[in-house]
Design a protein around this ligand. Structure first.
Ligand code: FES
Ligand code: FE
Length: 415
């Protein structure tokens, strides 16, 4: 049986409330199917508008086999382009980030405008049509300071996500913030293990001494149910909404994304060891940092986020291989906040630098154990791991029908 049929069989045989079978976490063919059917199909968070604030500024990234460049044009519009030259395919932009008046391929200097159109190709003959050889566009949207791309030929409608996410995020003005610090760590585990770990706080008390000073481990905060019946959360929503900040739990019907606001412990205002603010200046001029807790957003498969009154911490997940995942964390502050005056990097980044490393270790041990021939799917805690079950439901409901699409073997051929 080929990998596609085997994956489909295992998706249908999946036991609710249990972790996945081993191949989902280790098998190179299953990984390729994840790329093809999830990563090359869904909208992916790639970075922030404020990272490419000026025309000509760009950053690059790699999604599976696809090199992509995200660049701001002279018209101020952010676009994403396939970062592969239309001459013989060289990568055009090789730096992680940069600033350019034009995008010039390093191989034979074909030169593209910031919108991807080819403006110069040396000695290609009289009948060469430059207009036929522009860099190929990638679908790109930006909302409330977040840039998303989609590699699919026919991307899903972005509007519902924009409609849900924008009211929560717009007041925080991430569109004009600045990235004070960025880190990328490599976790030796499948991308789904990174997510499973993120979607529960069953592990927090024993593993995250720093984060647990301020972040509640209650499953009503991390998970996807019960928030409405948690009196602390209800009171928090009322407080924040009275201050004009949408806060109630909002989730997409497919479960792919959710936004909500959560209180921090003991009226902490920031993720610091004391709970006091890490940045003297508020993240947004129009939002007080007083008891607004954390605005939480996840969007599968690339991002989870915590927006506080004084700063925001955003995360981007990118798969590197069947058992390797890159997690990029960015700490955003008000654009005029000054390092050494309004904040120190040590205090700003300490809690999540430690937490990330703790999570890396957990994910790697999880991956290690799953590699054992003795591994078999185990049961999630209904009380604490509802968020993990919901992630896997989204995954199964997304990849199952895509595996079974027309032109591919139907389920009845597989049983
Ligand atoms: Fe880009 Fe030749 S491959 S100019
Ligand atoms: Fe954790």
């Amino acid at each position: 049986m080929d990998a596609r049929n085997e994956m489909l069989r295992l998706i249908h045989a999946r036991r609710d409330g249990f972790s996945l079978e081993q191949p989902f976490y280790v098998d190179p063919d299953f990984y390729r199917l994840d790329l093809e059917l999830i990563w090359y199909r869904d909208w992916l968070f790639v970075g922030h508008d404020c990272e490419i604030a000026r025309p000509g500024s760009y950053f690059t990234l790699q999604v599976g086999a696809y090199p992509v460049v995200v660049v701001r044009g002279r018209d101020g519009v952010i676009r994403a382009l396939h970062n592969t030259c239309r001459h013989r395919g060289s990568r055009v932009c090789t730096a992680q980030r940069g600033m350019a008046a034009k995008l010039v391929c390093p191989y034979h200097q074909w030169t593209y405008d910031l919108d991807g159109s080819l403006v110069f190709a040396r000695q290609m003959g009289d009948d060469f049509r430059k207009q036929d050889f522009g860099m190929k566009p990638v679908a790109c949207e930006s909302v409330a300071g977040y840039i998303f791309i989609c590699l699919a030929d026919e991307p899903a409608d972005f509007a519902p996500f924009r409609a849900l996410m924008e009211p929560y995020f717009a007041p925080h003005r991430l569109v004009e913030a600045k990235v004070a610090y960025e880190s990328t760590i490599i976790e030796k585990g499948n991308w789904k293990l990174v997510w499973e770990n993120n979607r529960e706080c069953y592990h927090c008390a024993a593993n995250h001494p720093e984060l647990c000073k301020t972040y509640p481990e209650a499953p009503t905060v991390t998970g996807v149910s019960g928030a409405e019946s948690d009196p602390d959360i209800l009171a928090h929503w009322e407080h924040c909404e009275a201050a004009g900040l949408p806060s109630r739990f909002g989730i997409d019907k497919s479960g792919q994304y959710r936004a909500t606001r959560a209180p921090l412990l003991r009226d902490a205002v920031s993720y610091t060891m004391t709970g006091r603010r890490a940045v003297r200046r508020n993240l947004s001029d129009s939002v007080s940092a007083d008891r607004i807790g954390a605005l939480l957003l996840y969007h599968y498969p690339t991002t989870w986020n915590h927006v506080l009154g004084d700063h925001a911490v955003t995360f981007r997940v990118l798969p590197l291989g069947p058992t390797e995942t890159a997690v990029t964390t960015k700490w955003l502050v008000h654009k005029d906040a000054v390092e050494g005056v309004d904040y120190t990097l040590e205090e700003l980044t300490h809690v999540w630098t430690m937490t990330n490393d703790e999570d890396r270790r957990i994910v790697e041990e999880n991956a290690f154990g799953i590699g054992s021939p003795a591994y078999e799917p185990g049961p999630y805690s209904a009380e604490h791991e509802g968020g993990v079950m919901q992630f896997l439901e989204w995954y199964a409901a997304s990849i199952g029908p895509r595996l079974a699409e027309t032109g591919k073997p139907a389920l009845r051929d597989v049983a």
